[in-house]
Every structure is written in C-alpha cells, then in structure tokens.
Design a protein around this ligand. Sequence first.
Ligand code: ISE
Length: 338
Amino acid sequence: MTHQVRIGVVGAGLMGADHVSRITHRIVGAEVTAIVEPDTERGSAVAAETGARVFPRVEDALDAGLVDAVLVATPGRFHEQVLLPALDAGLPVLCEKPLTPDSASALRILEREQQLDRPHIQVGFMRRFDREYAELRELIASKDAGELLMLRCVHRNPSVPDSYTQQMLINDSVVHEFDVAPWLAGAAVRSVEVRHPRRNGRSPRHLREPILVLFELENDVLVDVEMNVSVGFGYQVATQAVFENGLARIGEPRGLQQWRDGSFRVADHTSFATRFADAYDTQLQRWVDAVRAGVLVDGPSAWDGYLVALACEAGVIALEQGDRIAVASPDRPAFYRT
Ligand code: ISE
C-alpha cells in the first residue's frame, strides 16, 4: 500500500478519542477517515481535529468505501457486531481488549476469520508493546538466569467508576495478565484460583477487593496477581520474575526523583493512559506498518483473544466459587501459527 492507511475508528469514547489523536499526531502512514459513533455529537467532536466523516453504524462507514482498516474502541459487548462486518469486508482490524466478552462469541469470530486467507484481527493487549515487558520476555527466553519459576504481578488502580462490577476485576483488569503472562512465559493457562484478603474499606460498596489471583501455566510456572482497584495513591503495574538463578523486576516508578524536607519521593503514574502511552503508540505504529506491508497482524491475534476469554471465564467462576478452576487451553491451529 503506497498511500496512507485510511482508518475507521469505531467508538468515540475515551479510548477511541485517544487513538484518533494518536493516529493524527503521532503515527506515520495512517489517517482517520471515518468515525463510527451512534452519539453523532460526540463523534463530531472527536472528528473535528481530523476531517473524518462521522457515521452512526459501521456498515455505513464500510459502504462509503472510505476505510482500509478498522480500529475498534467500543465497549467489549459491541465488538462482535463490528468485527463480523469488518471481516466480511476483508479489512484488517485492531480491536481493543477484550476480543469479545465470552468464549462462545470469540469462537464465532475465529470461525469467520478462518474463512479468509490469513488472520486479519489484532487484539489490543498493549502491554506486549511495552519496552520492559519485551525485555523481560527476551530474558526469559534466553534462559540466562535459568528457568523461570514464578511471575509475581501487581496491578493497582487508584479508583474505578461506579459502573465497574465485581466480574470486571477479572474481565476488564486481570484480562491483561491472562494475556501477558502466557506470552512472557511461553505457556498457556492451566488453572485459576482467586483468594480474598481483608477487604479495603476504600472500595466501592459493591466490590469485594482487592483479590489475589493465582494461575498456573502449562509449563508449571506459577503466576500471582494482586488486583487492587481502590489504592488511591496511583496506578501501578509491575512484575517480579523469579528465576532459578536470579530475579528481574519491571514497572518500577521511574519518574522525577526528589530529596526534600527529609524525605525521598519518586513521581509515579496515576492512569494507564500515561503508564502505557508509549506502548499504545508502538502498538498502533506497528499495526499500521503491518497493514501497509500486507502482513495485517503484528501482535496478539484473535486466537490469543480466545484463549484469554477462556481464562477469564474460569477466573470469574473462581472468583465466585473460591475453587481452583481448570482451564482447557486448546492447541493453536495452523491458521494462527506464524
Ligand atoms: C482498564 O480497562 C484497563 O484496561 C487498564 O489497563 C487496567 O489497568 C484497568 O484495571 C482496566 O479497568
């Protein structure tokens, strides 16, 4: 493709607007030509900086012949109704996580995608594009520190909106660890268990959190995730990897350091938008480059999204029942092996 990739962004909420701005100001080789948003006033406000046309339905944007690729940034429950027409039109898609909210709908997407000549969907698990995560993955694969034994993860949000439900601890938040830990360690999830420490008095009344999620991978690596969404003080996503011959840590605060008034302070993030800003940029640039090169996907595929959906379903059962729940992670079909 010699011209700019013409991207249709579906959903003009927080993530959609952020991606529009990223494509317009920081990414090369692409432009936003269509915004799909049922709230046309909101769509027009986001379109203002781009000159993109606003459509209420994805089908209308596709019929207008204005897009070469689709970026899906609606809430997950609307993904299937966008992904299917985009696949029918044979267009590459970058779909914000999750692929879809459950494994049955994810499977429908896989079936439709496999009617095409190659994978067309990339799922927006942006952590895979964070430099430190990539370095840790290389360290694990190199075995320089011996075999990986454990991944000890913290995932802390300052607060969550009232619309955030108990199941979202798994489906909206731990969903990231269900993608990134298998990617780091090179093995799928085998089982999930959820434990509850003392409840945080700061938590919204309808949430029982923090939670401790323990999951085993098929290569016996054990992963623990402190999922904690009412910490107040900041946004932290950090991992300690325990090896046979050493430790590695990523995600430590790296902001401005100050020694003052008898104390030491390091500036830290308060939102995933800044913590993963570089990762979001890299993810989008690499996807655009892949689309221009005709490769279409350079990152987690719809198959990865399906495996995550299976792990999340087990995670929600574990959250509700307290037992260790087995996850049957099927083998990757040839279509998804690159
Ligand atoms: C949010 O939707 C995200 O994807 C963030 O990365 C995560 O940290 C947060 O817990 C989610 O609610």
